[in-house]
Design a protein around this ligand. Structure first.
Ligand code: NDP
Length: 571
């Protein structure tokens, strides 16, 4: 074939047809879109948000003071931005965090097998600054959490931090040119700059399942793992029947450990994940010892610019018509997914189970997973795949889960059902100029510059939200935003400005950039539903990522900062 495909187009068209049928099936079963989930974990569901990692946080007197920079949330967004602020001489920095420590995702997610799917040398931020080389190619959860704590110590971020505290209101005081922050602990904090750093996937969500309050066994969400119940080494599960709902990235990591420990394990699957080779390995000490100063930043810049072969490939593709480009990309995606299928056939012994584990959607419609233990787990006699064929579990009794008139009695039920996707990483009420709540501002679609600044919300920065560039390595994107935000704050300080607020014109330019680059991405309407495409609610024109490329995103940021006073109202 002229485009390098080994097979006739009819082969690809047939598979695409099957992808479409599978997607339609899922959409028909769950037409409620994101409404099929709840993250309102109050009342009968309140136990699902309890922090199992920490004893009750002791009461403290309410705080009534002013800081220069306040972070909502204490995960990587806050840590890496705060480090850059310290480098620029900012002294007064407070992290306000709901958990009992910094770490965010890595504070909460301690399920067995938790690890990052991105090479640790790229994922763990500030490695040059910390003089640290991760111990493995893919770092495990405890090492990442420890790295978060080390950053907080190194940059004195514990000093003013408050934990076990949830911000309830963030209001701009236009006369004082300050943000007023209220919390669930009765605090009345004031800050000149506020950085919304609470993550976009941090609020656990549960699939709404009829009868979920009735279940009499033990149940928890994957991000609230109760080791008192399971035992640190899962040893207490030896006589337990365990069920897990979901087969996303969290479940894929937990299932091999559960399979090895539980008496019986039932995996309730709606849509399979694509499982690729992991090939984890310890860091070669010789390689680590030979790393020159600034090695991580050099790696990062290489990624930002892109690999020469990718640039050459993109240049080749650019010469083609849009239709031809899409056709070739889709065919390559299908080849990739068929390799994933072949790997399942090689590893999973039972044919029906192997077939049920095969994902029928384009590469990147769902987050790809990398694991060498997941597929072999289904060869264990105590592990049972309950494939709901796109339906999902919709009923629970006092004993356990019900699917197709059969009840599966369980001692323990784990919801690995993911996290609510925040439009902007915002939970609490945020009122900008004229008391306007940010969700009102976004009523007809998100409006930002770079996903970071919104006009009418001066000295306010959002991290990790939409209208930012898509990045598989999230910390890479967060570091780019963090560098930008720290530099903006420095420029405001150097200019003696009390406020900086993006102009409506520049904001509108970015909204149009986001729309112009929406194009046809792999996470669009052709995809099977999932959190990547708002469970199939694809009509959100500008409420998505910027798809113009990471290098463009980075370059635009630099250019705008070069003319700050032109693009921001600075006063
Ligand atoms: P996901 O949202 O990815 O997965 C939720 C799972 O629950 C899906 O398999 C979903 O099925 C399933 N589900 C929901 N409702 C039902 C139901 N009623 N019956 C049966 N199944 C149901 O959540 P995760 O916690 O796995 O991942 C959350 C985020 O964390 C992702 O961004 C992930 O990439 C990230 N993560 C990253 C890691 C890393 O290495 N960097 C490791 C672990 C997680 P369906 O697919 O049909 O919707």
């Amino acid at each position: 074939m002229a485009d390098g495909s080994a097979r006739p187009q009819a082969y690809y068209d047939e598979i695409k047809q099957k992808f479409a049928e599978e997607r339609d099936l899922r959409l028909a079963y769950r037409p409620e879109g994101t409404g099929q989930y709840t993250s309102d974990l109050t009342g009968a569901l309140a136990a699902y948000t309890i922090d199992p990692h920490t004893e009750e946080i002791p009461p403290r007197a309410p705080i009534d003071d002013e800081v220069e920079v306040l972070f909502i949330g204490g995960g990587f967004s806050a840590l890496l931005t705060a480090a850059r602020l310290r480098e620029r001489g900012v002294q007064s920095i407070r992290i306000v965090e709901r958990g009992a420590d910094v770490g965010g995702t890595w504070y909460w997610n301690r399920y067995p097998g938790a690890a990052c799917d991105v090479p640790s040398y790229d994922y763990l931020p500030l490695l040059d600054e910390m003089g640290y080389v991760p111990s493995r190619f893919y770092a495990k959860g405890p090492e990442i959490f420890a790295h978060c704590q080390a950053i907080a110590r190194r940059y004195d971020l514990y000093e003013l931090a408050v934990f076990g505290t949830t911000i309830t209101s963030t209001t701009w005081d236009d006369r004082a040119k300050r943000w007023r922050i209220g919390t669930d602990r009765g605090d009345r904090m004031t800050a000149k700059f506020v950085i919304c750093a609470n993550g976009t996937l941090s609020k656990p969500k549960l699939s709404k399942i009829q009868g979920m309050e009735r279940f009499r066994g033990k149940a928890f969400h994957s991000s609230r793992w109760d080791y008192d119940y399971t035992g640190e080494d899962l040893g207490k599960l030896a006589d337990k029947v365990v069920g897990i709902i979901g087969t996303g990235a969290s479940a894929v990591q937990a299932i091999p450990r559960l399979g090895a420990a539980a008496k019986e394990l039932y995996v309730f699957q709606r849509t399979p994940s694509g499982i690729d080779i992991r090939g984890d390995r310890p860091t070669d000490p010789e390689w680590a010892a030979g790393l020159p100063p600034g090695w991580q930043q050099a790696r990062r810049m290489k990624h930002i610019r892109g690999r020469p072969e990718d640039i050459a490939r993109a240049a080749e593709l650019a010469k083609l018509s849009r239709e031809e480009k899409i056709r070739r990309q889709e065919n390559a995606n299908i080849d990739h997914m068929m390799r994933i299928h072949a790997r399942i056939d090689e590893i999973v012994e039972d044919k029906a189970t192997a077939d049920a584990l095969k994902p029928w959607y384009m590469f990147m419609c769902k987050r790809p997973c990398f694991d060498d233990d997941y597929l072999p787990t289904f060869n264990r006699p105590n592990v049972h795949l309950v494939d709901t064929r796109g339906r999902g579990i919709s009923e629970i009794s006092e004993e356990g889960l019900i699917f197709e008139d059969r009840t599966y009695p369980l001692d323990l039920l784990i919801y690995a059902t993911g996290f609510e996707v925040q439009k902007t990483g915002i939970y609490n009420e945020i009122r900008g100029r004229d008391g306007r709540e940010i969700n009102e501002t976004y009523a007809d679609g998100i409006r930002t510059l770079f996903g970071v600044h919104t006009s009418g919300y001066p000295n306010f920065f959002i991290m990790g939200g939409y209208q930012a560039s898509f990045q598989f390595n999230l910390t890479f994107m967060l570091q780019t935003q963090g560098d930008h935000i720290a530099e903006c704050i420095k420029m405001a300080r150097d200019g003696g400005y009390e406020e900086i607020d993006v102009s409506p014109e520049t904001e509108e330019w970015w909204v149009q950039e986001v729309i112009a680059h929406r194009g046809k991405t792999s996470r669009n309407a052709d995809c099977t539903p999932g959190y990547y495409n708002f469970e199939g609610e694809f009509n959100r024109r500008q409420d998505g990522n910027y798809n113009g490329g990471f290098f463009q995103y980075y370059t635009h940021m630099q250019a705008i900062r070069g003319e700050l006073a032109k693009h921001f109202n600075c006063a």
